[in-house]
Design a protein around this ligand. Structure first.
Ligand code: HEM
Length: 395
C-alpha cells in the first residue's frame, strides 16, 4: 500500500482536514500514514471495529516502555495512574470506581446550576466584539467540572493553565519546553489536589472528590496517587474537549445560518449529535497491537500502533448520506466523537447535557449573535478547536 503523506501541521489541513480524510477513505479503510509512521483507519467500520478489538489497547506494552527522562518524570508519574493509559484489569478497577461516583443522578443534578451559570455569563457579555470561546464556551465546562468535583470556582484559572500545559504534549507539534511546562503543571496540580483531598477526608462534602474518597475507603481502594490522577483526568478531560465542541458548534450554527428551531427542546439532542458528528473536537487516538493481527489488509506485529481517525469516521458516506452537509434533522446514528469500546468517554452524558443547555440559552438570549471575523482553527492536531471565536452579541 502506498503510504499517505499529510503533515498534521500543514495550515490547509489544520483549517479543514476533511478533504484529506475523504480522499484517504475513498482509497480504502486503512492506509499507512507516513507522517505518523503507522497505519491509520479512516472508514467508520474500521474505526468502530478497531476501537472494540481487544487485541489492541492504549497501554504501552511493557517491552516497549522506555526509561522516562528526568524532565518528564512528574508528568509521567501522573499518567502512570490514569485509566486512559491502562487496560484491564487496572482499567476495569479504576473506571468502575469512577463510575460509582460519577452517577447519572449526580450529572442530572447539575442541570439547573448549568442553566443559571449560562445566564450569568451572558449577563456579562460586553457590547461590541468579544471572544465567545473565552467568555462562554470555556467558562461553562470548566466551572461545571470544578463544581462537580467540589473544587472552588476561583481555582478555574489555575485549572485551565495546568490543563492546557499538560495536554499540549499530546499535540503533533510539541517541544522540549512544552514537556517541561507539562511536568511543572502536573506537579503543581498534584500538590494542590493532595492537600485538597486531605481537607475533604477531614470534612466530607456532597461532591465527587468526597465520593471518590469514600469509594476508596469502603475497601475498594483508590490509592491517594490514583485519586490525584483521577481528579486531574476528570478536571482536564472535563473541559478541554467540551470547550471546543461548543465553539465548533456555535461556529457551524452561525456560518450555516441554521434555523433556531433546531435548538428547540424536541430538536436539541439531535442537533448536538450532529454538531459532534460534523466537527468533533478530538480527531485521532492511537492503539497498540498486543498480538499479531491481520486487519484491513495490514498485518500488525505486537507493539505496532494504529491511528483511529474519529473525525474521518464521522464523515463516512456509508453511514451518513451527504456527510459534508450539516443537517441537524438527520436520523441520529452513534458517531465516533466520544470513541467506543472500553475507553468510551466517561463524560459523554455530561458533555451532551452542557451542550444541550448552553446552546439554546445562548441563541435565545442573543438572537442577534453574529461572527465578527472568520474563525480559525488552532495548529494543535489531534485537537480540532478554534483559536478564538470573535462575535458580536448585541446589534
Ligand atoms: C464533547 C466533549 C468530549 C469529547 C468529544 C470527548 C471525547 C473522548 C474520547 C474520544 C475518549 C476516548 C479516547 C480513546 O478511546 O482513546 C474520551 C475518554 C474519556 N473522557 Fe471524554 N470527551 C468529552 C468530554 C468529557 C468530559 C466532560 C469528561 C469528564 C467529566 C470526560 C472524561 C473522559 C475520561 C475520564 C475518559 C477516559 C475513559 C477511559 O479511559 O476509560 N470527557 N473522551
Amino acid at each position: 500500500m502506498k503510504p499517505l503523506r499529510q503533515s498534521p501541521t500543514d495550515p490547509a489541513f489544520v483549517q479543514n482536514p476533511y478533504p484529506f480524510y475523504a480522499a484517504a477513505r475513498a482509497r480504502g479503510p486503512l492506509h499507512p500514514w507516513a507522517d505518523y509512521a503507522m497505519p491509520a483507519a479512516f472508514s467508520h467500520a474500521a474505526v468502530h471495529a478497531l476501537l472494540r478489538d481487544r487485541r489492541f489497547g492504549r497501554e504501552v506494552p511493557p517491552e516497549l516502555a522506555r526509561p522516562v527522562p528526568d524532565h518528564l518524570a512528574p508528568f509521567m508519574a501522573v499518567e502512570a495512574h490514569s485509566m486512559l493509559e491502562a487496560e484491564p484489569p487496572r482499567h476495569t478497577r479504576l473506571r468502575s470506581l469512577v463510575l460509582r461516583a460519577f452517577t447519572s443522578r449526580a450529572i442530572a443534578a447539575l442541570e439547573p446550576g448549568i442553566a443559571a451559570l449560562c445566564h450569568q455569563l451572558i449577563d456579562t457579555f460586553p457590547a461590541g466584539d468579544f471572544d465567545l470561546l473565552d467568555a462562554y464556551c470555556t467558562q461553562v465546562p470548566v466551572l461545571t467540572i470544578a463544581r462537580l468535583l467540589g473544587v472552588p470556582q476561583d481555582m478555574a484559572p489555575h485549572l485551565l493553565r495546568w490543563s492546557h500545559a499538560m495536554v499540549a504534549v499530546y499535540q503533533a507539534a510539541h517541544t522540549r519546553a512544552d514537556e517541561e511546562a507539562a511536568s511543572l503543571a502536573a506537579s503543581d496540580f498534584s500538590t494542590f489536589l493532595r492537600a485538597y483531598i486531605d481537607q475533604r477526608r477531614n470534612s466530607p462534602a456532597d461532591d465527587l472528590i468526597t465520593r471518590l474518597i469514600a469509594a476508596e475507603e469502603a475497601g475498594e481502594k483508590l490509592s491517594t496517587d490514583e485519586l490525584v490522577t483521577t481528579c486531574i483526568l476528570l478536571l482536564n478531560a472535563g473541559h478541554e474537549a467540551t470547550v471546543h465542541a461548543l465553539g465548533n458548534g456555535v461556529k457551524t450554527l452561525l456560518e450555516q445560518g441554521t434555523d433556531p428551531a433546531v435548538l428547540a427542546p424536541d430538536a436539541i439532542a439531535g442537533t448536538v449529535e450532529e454538531i459532534l458528528r460534523y466537527d468533533p473536537p478530538l480527531h485521532m487516538f492511537t492503539r497498540y497491537a498486543y498480538e499479531e493481527v491481520t486487519a484491513y489488509g495490514h498485518t500488525f506485529k505486537r507493539g505496532d500502533q494504529v491511528a483511529l481517525l474519529l473525525g474521518a469516521a464521522n464523515r463516512d458516506p456509508d453511514i451518513w448520506p451527504d456527510p459534508d452537509r450539516f443537517d441537524p434533522a438527520r436520523p441520529v446514528q452513534t458517531n465516533a466523537g466520544f470513541g467506543g469500546g472500553l475507553h468510551f468517554c466517561v463524560g459523554a452524558p455530561l458533555a451532551r447535557l452542557e451542550m444541550q443547555i448552553a446552546l439554546p440559552i445562548l441563541f435565545a438570549r442573543c438572537p442577534d449573535l453574529t461572527l465578527s471575523e472568520p474563525p480559525r482553527y488552532s495548529d494543535t492536531y489531534h485537537f480540532h478547536g478554534l483559536t478564538r471565536l470573535m462575535v458580536r452579541a448585541k446589534p
